[in-house]
Design a protein around this ligand. Sequence first.
Ligand code: SAM
Length: 1011
Amino acid sequence: MDVIQKFQELLKKLFQFEVSDLDFGIYRVLNYKRDQIEKFIQEDLKNKVEDAFAKHKDERLTDINQRFESAKEKVNQNLGPTAFTPTGDLKEEFKDTPVGKDFLLVKAQKEEAEAIDEIKLQVFNDLYNFFSRYYEEGDFVPHYRYSIKGHKYAIPYNGEEVKLYWVNSEQYYTKTGVLFRDYTFRANDYKVIFRIVSAKEELASNKATRERFFVLDDEQPLTIENKALIIRFQYRELTEDEVKDYEVGGGSNAAKQEKINQRSYDEVLKRAKDPTLGGFLGKEYKNGNPLLLYHISRFSAKNTKDYFIHKNLKKFLSEQLDYFIKAEVLDIETLEKERFLDKHTTRAKVVREIGEDIIDFLSQIEDFQKRLWEKKKFVLKTEYVITTDRVPEEFYEEIWANKLQRKEWGDLGFEIPKTKEQLRDTKLPIDTKYFTLEFKEKLLEKLTENADLDDLLDGVLIKSENWQALNTILPRFKEKVQTIYIDPPFNKEQDADYLYNVKYKDSTWMSMLENRLRLARELLNEKGSIFVRCDYNGDWLVRPLMNEIFGEENFRNEIVINRKRQAIGTPNKFEVENELLFLFSKGEKFLKRDIFRPRSLVDMKWTNFLKQEERRPPERVFLGKTLYPPKGQHFALVQKKVDKLLKEHYLRLKCRSCTAIYYWDKEDSRELFSKKLRSFKDKFKYFDISADSKVFGVTSLDRCLSCGADDWQVEYLTSEEIKIGDNWKDIVSYDNRWGFKTENSEILLQRVIESTSNEGDLVMDFFLGSGTTTAVAHKLGRKWIGVEMGEHFWTVILPRMKKVLTYDKSGISKERDVKEKYNKNTAGGFFKYQVIEQYEDALDNIELKENQKARELFKDQYLLKYFLDYETRESSYFLNIDQLKNPFAYQLKVNLEELGEPEEIIVDIPETFNYLLGLKVKKVKARNNGGKYWLVLGEKEQKEIAVVWREYNDNWTDEDWERDREFIIKEIEPWAPHIVYVNGQSVLTPKIGNHTVEIRYIEPEFKILMR
Ligand SMILES: C[S@@+](CC[C@H](N)C(=O)[O-])C[C@H]1O[C@@H](n2cnc3c(N)ncnc32)[C@H](O)[C@@H]1O
C-alpha cells in the first residue's frame, strides 16, 4: 500500500467507515454524509496536497527563477556568454569563480524546488504518523506527546507540588445507556433478549487477549420460554484456543468482534428449533445483514464503542499538531542534513494546512456530540405519588373506583380498606400514572390552593443517567442540597457494574466520577457535604480527585465501614474487611452534628468528678455529706445537676479506705438495694459490681457503714453513649431486604444523614441503586432527590418508596430515635418521579436537513466545519419552535424502557421549562378556553413568575388574540406576578389588572437555556 493509500485508510477509520452498517449514534450521522466524506478523503485531500504544493512550488519557483535569472546575468556580465555550454551548463573552468559558485548554488536550489514531488509523500507520511497516534478503537486518547528521549509523553503541568493526571481527564465518560444489561428486539411474535452473564470460570493465566469480546455463553447460550428467546453472552478476554477457533489472530478489535458475531449468529440459528423463528432471524434485514446478525453487531458495537467525548478536541489536536511539526517535521536532525531547508518549510506548511482541515472536521463531529451531551434534556414524563391522607376527599370516589391502582396496592402487599372513607387513615400511595391527565391536573390545582407545590413535595425520583439528570436540574437545585451520598460502581476489574475501556480502566473510572462530582459540588449549599463510598480498588483515586474538585482544605474524614462478610478467603493477602466513605464539605461552614452510639460495657468507666481550676463555691453535697475538691480543682457540675445525677445513679461515692460503694436509694437499705441491683434495667451503671462488692443504697451518709472511715471519692459514670469518630465498624453497611446486590444498610445511611443535615434539609443520591438513601431520608424527615438509570428504578425503587410513604417497618424504623418521628401515625407523603431524555436518544434520533444556503455560503468549509450545526438546527432535540405551537403535543423519539425500536412520545414541555428556568413551583392550574391552557406560578430570585402555556395557531383572528389576552389576564391576575412568560405570540401588554408586569416570550429563552 502506498503512503497515500495508507493515510486514506486511516482517515476512513477515523471517520468510522469500518462500521458503516451501524445505524446509531454518531455513525448514523456520518453515514448520512458518507459519500461526501469519501469524496473528501479520496479526492479533495489529494487535490489539496497537490494544490498546496503547486502553490508553494509556484511561489518558490517565481522567487528562485528570479534569483536564477539574475545569477545567470551576473555570469554573463562578468564572464561573458561563452561561459555557458550550449545546453546552458557552466563550463568546468568557471565553476570555482565567485559568480560561478553563486550561479551553481541557485541552480541546485531551482532543481530541488522543481523536484518537490517526493516531499509530497513525506507529507502523507507525517499526517499518518500524527493522526494515528491518538485514535484507538473509536475514541481519541488524548496523550500529550513529548519527544525527548526516554519520555514519550508529557502531562500538562503547572509546577504544582503533586499533580493528579489521568489519560481521559479532559473527556466526558458517556457509556451510560441502559444497554449494558438487556438488549431487546422483536422477531415476529417472539421477544429476543440479549443478556450479559458472567463467565463461570476465571480465565486467569489462560487469557490470550487483553481486550474483551462478546462471545456466546458456553453453558447455556440460549433458552426459549413463552415466546421469549434469551441469548446469553459473556463479555471477556479470549483463550488461546478461542483465538484460533474464531480465527482472530490479527486485525482490529472491531474486525475480530465481527468474526465472532458471525459465529454467534450461526450457532444461534443452528440451535433455534422453531423453524419460523429461525426463518425470521435469518431473513435479510438491513444492509444485506440478516435480522439476528444485524442486532448482534449493533449490540456489541453499542457496548464497546464511544466511551468518551473530548471537551475540547480542537484545542488539543491543534496544539499537538503544532508541537509535532516543530519536533518531528522540522526537527533539528533532519534539518542539519539538508542543504536546502525550503522544501521542509513547504512540507511543514502543507502538513499544517491539511492537518488543520482534518482537525476541523474531527472536532466538528466531537463538538456536536459534546453539544448534544451538554444540552439540557427534556423531561419526558412526570408522575406523582401521594398518600390518600393528603388527598382531598372529593377525589376518593375516583380513586376507589380505579382498578389498576387497587391492583397495585394488592401487589405491594397493602391491606385494602373496606370502604372508601377509610382511605384517609390507611395512607395508601396513589400513583397518578393510573389516572387520567385531568385527574392529575385537578389534584395538583387543589393541593396548591393553600400551599406551594414544591414545599408540599417530600422528594423527587429521576430515572436517568445521572450526569444528564444533574445537569438538567442544576438551575433548580443549585446550592440547595445539604447532604449527598453516593455509592458508585466500584473500580473493579471482574464483575464491574459499568463499562470501561479495558486499556484505561482506572482512567475511565476517574472520568466517570470526575464529571459527576463537579456537578455535585455545584448542587451543594455552603454548609453541605458529600460522602463517596468506595473500596481499596478506588480509594487511591477518589481522595486526590476529591481534593482537586472540593479542595484539600475541605477534606473532612476517611470513614472506615464494614465490607460485606465474605468467607471466601483472599489468597496472597490479608482478608479485606473494610470499605470507605470519603467525606468532603463544600466549604468551611460545613454542618456537622455529633453522633453517638451506645457505649459497650467494656468501654464503661467510673471516673473522678473533677475538673482543673478552682471555682466558687467549691463545695457540693453528696448523699448528705459536704465535700470539697482538692486544691486547684473543682467539681464538674452545679448542685442541682449533682442531685439529679445521684438519683439517676450516674454519681456515687466510694470509701477510699475499704472501697465500699454508695448509691442513692430511697429505701436506704443495703439488702433491698442489692436485690434491686439485679433487676435494675440500667445494668451498665453497675457493671463493676460483683457478688463480693460492698454496695449500699442510702439517702444520706455520715461515716462508711462498712469500715467507719470518713474519706470519700466521688465517682462519675461516663455517659452510656459515646461520640462516634471515623470508625463506623460498629454497624453493618450492607443489607438484603429489597433483593438488590449492593443494597446499603439503612443504619449506615441514618448516620450519614443525621451527622450532616437537619430535618427538612435536602438529601441527594445519584447512584441510587435500591433507594436506601431516599428511604432513610424520608424516615428521618428530610427532603430527598434520587437518580438512577437502571431498570430497577421501576421494580425496586418506586415500590420501595411507595411502601416507605405508607409505612415501612423494616430497616431503621424500629430504632429508638426513629420510631418517635416515623411510625404508622406520622407516615404519609408526596413525591414526584420523572423520566428524562437520554443522550443516546438524542444522538440516535436527531434528523439532518440539507441546508443549501449555508452550503453555498461556506463552500469547501461547509462539510469540514459547519454541516452538523446547520443541518440539525431545526431538530426537535434542540427545540423545534414550530412544534411549540402546541406545547402539549411536542414529540420526541425515545427508548423508554429497554432498547428496541424507539417510540414517539409526547414530552413534558412545562416541566422541562421549569427546570431550565430554575423555577420553584408554587401553584398550577389547567383551563380551557377554546383550547387548553396550563398555568404555572413559581418563584425565582424573590420574583413571582407566571408561565402561560397554550395551544394557538397561525389562523387566529384579532378577536381570537383578544379573547386569549383577556383570558390570560383573568387567570393570572390573582397571582400578581412580576414576570409573565407566554409561549408563541400574544397581544398581552404589561398591564395586568391593577399592576404592571414584565412580559417575556418563552421560545427564545427556552432555546438559549437548553444549550
Ligand atoms: C452500587 S449501586 C448503589 C447501591 C445503593 N447505595 C443502595 O443502597 O442500593 C450503584 C448504582 O448506580 C447506578 N448507576 C451507575 N452508573 C450510573 C449513572 N451514570 N447514572 C445513574 N445511575 C448509575 C447503577 O445502576 C446502580 O444501581
